[in-house]
Design a binder for this molecule. Sequence first.
Ligand code: AMP
Length: 198
Amino acid sequence: MRLILLGPPGAGKGTQAEKIVADHRIVQLSTGDMLRAAVAAGTAVGQRAKAVMDRGELVSDEIVIDIIRDRLSKPDTSKGFILDGFPRTVAQAEALDKLLGTLKIPLDAIIELRVDDEVLLDRIKTRIKENPGSVRADDNPETLKKRLEVYHKQTAPVAAYYEKTKRLSKVDGMVSKDQVAAAIARTLKAKAKPERVR
Ligand code: AMP
């Protein structure tokens, strides 16, 4: 099973990805997590990315495409993977299509979690109130507004890119976590073709 989870920051991609990973025994490839690890490790990429991430802007296509190319060459991705937070620009989506084409590994599903901006802002405010210790540096209402702006400008066209070729499945992300998980499971089941060898 190979899939992309698209959706705005705070839509629940990470939470849903965790469940899909456990159910399908595949790996989660989160460019955000990989970049945060690079920042924590103080690598050259991490040093370049930190300020950009703190501002809620996007790291360069070149950096994230390199990270993903590298990650997809690791053997643990052979049973399947879920891309979380990538692609975030049309250029990244095009690069991914090219890369997967070269590697001859087609995607099974591209799922967009749809959540309205007001709901995302409410969610982040609740999270800060209920669990102030666990929020990330870029998880505050101000940076979220910036990240949402960036999302609408640069990442929403990615959903349109996949929709154009009828590859996009839309899931309502504004219902309970379990309901979202059930809707994703239904989508994946419908996409799974028994005759396809994985
Ligand atoms: P995330 O954890 O997916 O919300 O990502 C956190 C931050 O990492 C984003 O706000 C961006 O600054 C950066 N980032 C993660 N993935 C990408 C990507 N595919 N392209 C550009 N920047 C990214």
